[in-house]
Design a protein around this ligand. Structure first.
Ligand code: PLP
Length: 459
């Protein structure tokens, strides 16, 4: 395996095709994966791990779900790429629209980065304004305008942003602390007429999991609308994972089958599910644009931007905002996405919620028993562990809090879990991903590994 990493480093920068995979912040060499099925990945040395990465989110149903694989195989037999419209992409767009009401029309792309990039261009095209407001610690892919104080790999590598982003591009991005309404109000008071859009992770999970305070997203909606700016809700990570209508659905859909938002530790918790904007009128809120990725592609390279029909129609060829892609709406990727969405029923979400809850609770118990100060932060079925007294006492509400945690406790914890056959995300700033394929045996394996890992984190 080391040999493979050496070979990789000789031909691939850092030996990986996406930075966090390199184990930079936890140390050691990454496992090269040979295959995956259900809740497991198997490395090239033949060792099997219970996986809590799930390809960073897409694996809602588990790895290589037989019906998804079958759909992709059948599609492959019909041809790999046409560069022309297909029935499957229409069906997938309809499936997205049927689940997520704000996505009246949908444009498919290949990565989450393209989805947010397109949303930003669309917002600028629609408003004729240049400024984009983002929140520190939120990650929206490697778009120039959105890399400032980004989470995920940028946080893992402790980078302020990226070399190669022009000063002009950086100057068009205003970064505000997450969960800080006052700071946002100040920005709008000063520069409101220049702001094209506010982009936010629906529930941030790229600085660890940092849930929005109750009413925060609805306040973003109100502030943007008041100033003629758009609200871009980035659901690349949360979309179709925390529920059939993503995080937006958890805050806004109030049917009989309502599920908990599970924002444990939220300040002023007591989630008011029937008045998600917190103003007492019982109404929800609707973003202008929503971005999707990960689960929507069922493990294949597919993402999408959706939104109000009048805005979406500004995209070429119906409108003046240019956007295109040779592989956009690829027949294999749309087949995988469609099969995944069709399989993602209430039982799937109930199972993911259940196993995520069990693992989150057991992690907290093990760390408490080992005397490790920590807080497990949750947003729906997403969670991560924050280490340190401050996090334990006050919670983590923004990027400054997230960076102040005792990050040194994570590498020994991570490696103890890995030794025991459980693959956690190789960074403290990433969410842990469960799937409907995590059966009792997989959960038992995780629970059995936790006490020793917690003791390793205590040292
Ligand atoms: N937006 C969010 C919230 C994400 O978590 C990610 C990836 O992790 C992206 C956008 C970028 O997606 P991709 O890696 O597919 O470009």
């Amino acid at each position: 395996m080391d040999d493979l990493f050496a070979r990789a480093r000789a031909v691939i920068p850092g030996g990986v095709n996406s930075p966090v995979r390199a184990y930079g912040s936890v140390g050691g060499d990454p496992r090269f994966i040979a295959s995956a099925a259900g809740p497991h990945v198997t490395d090239t040395a033949g060792r099997q791990y219970v996986d809590l990465v799930m390809s960073w989110g897409p694996g809602l149903l588990g790895h290589a779900h037989p019906e998804v694989v079958e759909a992709v195989t059948a599609a492959a037999r019909r041809g790999l790429s046409f560069g022309a419209p297909t029935e499957t992409e229409v069906e997938l767009a309809e499936a997205i629209r049927d689940r997520v009401r704000p996505a009246e029309k949908v444009r498919m792309v290949s990565t989450g980065t393209e989805a947010t990039m397109t949303a930003v261009r669309l917002a600028r095209g629609a408003t004729g304004r240049d400024l984009i407001v983002k929140f520190a610690g939120c990650y929206h892919g490697h778009v120039d305008a959105l890399l400032a104080e980004a989470g995920s790999g940028v946080a893992t590598l402790s980078l302020p942003g990226s070399a190669g982003v022009t000063a002009a591009s950086a100057a068009e991005t205003v970064v505000v602390p997450y969960n800080d309404v006052e700071a946002l109000e100040e920005v709008f008071a000063e520069r409101g007429e220049q702001i094209a859009a506010v982009i936010t992770e629906a529930a941030p999970a790229n600085m660890g999991v940092v849930p929005p305070e109750p009413g925060f997203n609805a306040t973003l909606r109100r502030l943007t609308a008041d100033h003629g700016a758009l609200l871009i809700l980035d659901e690349v990570l949360t979309g179709f994972r925390v529920g059939p209508a993503g995080w937006w659905g958890l805050e806004n859909e109030h049917d009989g089958d309502e599920r908990e938002r599970g924002t444990s530790g939220a300040r002023g918790a007591g989630d008011n599910k029937h008045d998600s904007d917190g103003d007492g009128d019982g109404e929800g809120w609707v973003p202008d644009l929503v971005t999707f990725g990960k689960v929507v592609g069922g493990g294949m390279p597919l993402a999408a931007v959706g939104g109000r029909a009048d805005l979406m129609d500004l995209l070429a060829p119906s409108g003046p905002v240019y956007q295109a892609g040779t592989l956009s709406g690829n027949p294999l990727a749309t087949a995988a996405g469609l099969a995944t969405l069709r399989l993602a029923d209430a039982a799937v979400y109930a199972r993911v919620d259940e196993v995520a809850g069990a693992v989150a609770d057991a992690s907290a118990e093990a760390l408490t028993a080992a005397g490790v100060p920590h807080r497990v932060q949750r947003a729906g079925n997403l969670f991560s562990v924050m280490f340190g007294e401050a996090a334990a006492k006050d919670g983590v509400w923004d990027y400054t809090d997230a960076q102040a945690q005792e990050t040194f406790r994570y590498p020994p914890f991570f490696h103890a879990m890995l030794e025991a056959g459980v693959a956690l995300p190789p960074s403290v700033f990433e969410a842990w991903f469960l799937s409907a394929a995590h059966d009792e045996a997989a959960v038992e394996a995780i629970l059995a590994a936790l006490p020793a890992a917690a003791r390793a984190a205590a040292e």
